[in-house]
Design a protein around this ligand. Sequence first.
Ligand code: NCD
Ligand code: ZN
Ligand code: ZN
Length: 427
Amino acid sequence: MSILIKGATLPGGTTTDVLVQDGTIAELGAISAKADQTIDADGLRLLPGLVDLHTHLREPGREDAETVLTGSRAAAVGGYTAVLAMANTNPVTDTGEAAERVHDLGRAAGLVDVQPVGAVTKGLAGQELAEIGLMARSRARVRVFSDDGRCVHDPRVMRRALEYVKAFGGVVSQHSQDPSLAGPSACCHEGELSGRLGLPGWPGVAEEVIVARDVMLARHTGSRVHVAHVSTAGSVEVVRWAKAQGIDVTAEVTPHHLLLTTDLLSGYDPTYKVNPPLRPDEDVQALREALADGTIDAVATDHAPHARHDKEHAFVDAAFGMLGLETALPVVTTVMVESGLLDWAGVARTMSTRPAEIAGLEGHGRPIAVGEPANLTLVDPAAQVVVDRAASVSLSRNNPWHDRKLTGRVIATLLRGTPTVLEGAIA
Ligand SMILES: NC(=O)N[C@@H](CC(=O)O)C(=O)O
Ligand SMILES: [Zn+2]
Ligand SMILES: [Zn+2]
């Protein structure tokens, strides 16, 4: 099977034809050969397939909110060719067998490479280490470990986990939230607005103290830590300092923390309830700058589907989280590219190359070059789209972008040379 992509512009700005044959990039340049299928890419950007470091697929356990198949569809429509599936399922992904099950469900769905994240601790309980070594040696080859949804709070447990993953080049992705500074009832950013709304707040420092502790533990162990969903200017400062010291730390930011601010909560709409919470504009500005200058390595969606009956409650009782896979690229285009903060090479770096490197994923995040696997995403950088939550292929509807006008649209996605998305829809 061969596909000829005609006149695509690469991340760096070169315009070329791309011949894809038997799953790999076979030729670049002006190509006159005939192919089984031709895609007209005039005016479109061709990126390495996007890689999401942080996706909640909900299977097993909450198949009413999302399954590996429906989440894979959302990922493909969003331009992704690989996603890391978080461990906070039921049962938790804390054994080799559990990791292999998620991996196999992903292969059966066949739309993106689903790479399981392993839990750091058994049952995400924060006490005993999970079967980290068995997960790493399993068929799923787990490299990223996280108790996401919960913070690995005990510094002794975190230290042990970092020492353990070091042996095979793994990484611990931390949900940085000190539970004594931001307890279970904390549901929005602590500030003037939370006081006025009468909602229990969670201060930025509850994130920052954990980020600071973890980079020191990474230095002490010589291991690698990744900061999930960074949300404050203070966390950015810590990461910037740690990188300057040569500490092995990486960080991700979500699309929603790059654009949405805490004042959206004034209507008590639980769609905007998320962990970590939406922050004030100063934080949002700092996150954008940090993504542009490389302090923050990657954009990760934290796609967190929730069934209606978990989300449609009074604000304090509703579940935390929002959808993200289908809208990440347009949000980044709107916030980062249109503003001139990031060029398309920067988008490729933060949404594909760096996430693949951080996760140790082979065959993803590679340069668009002859001989590389054809994991590719074709984007219309100028398309204007009004987001419609009803049009989502996710099973859930907790979409914070509904009715928003965004620039940028994924036209096609190829997984090892096979189109998973064409003309913006599942192929
Ligand atoms: N982001 C969220 O608000 N929720 C996530 C958990 C998490 O990422 O912490 C979820 O699993 O729903
Ligand atoms: Zn989290
Ligand atoms: Zn998460």
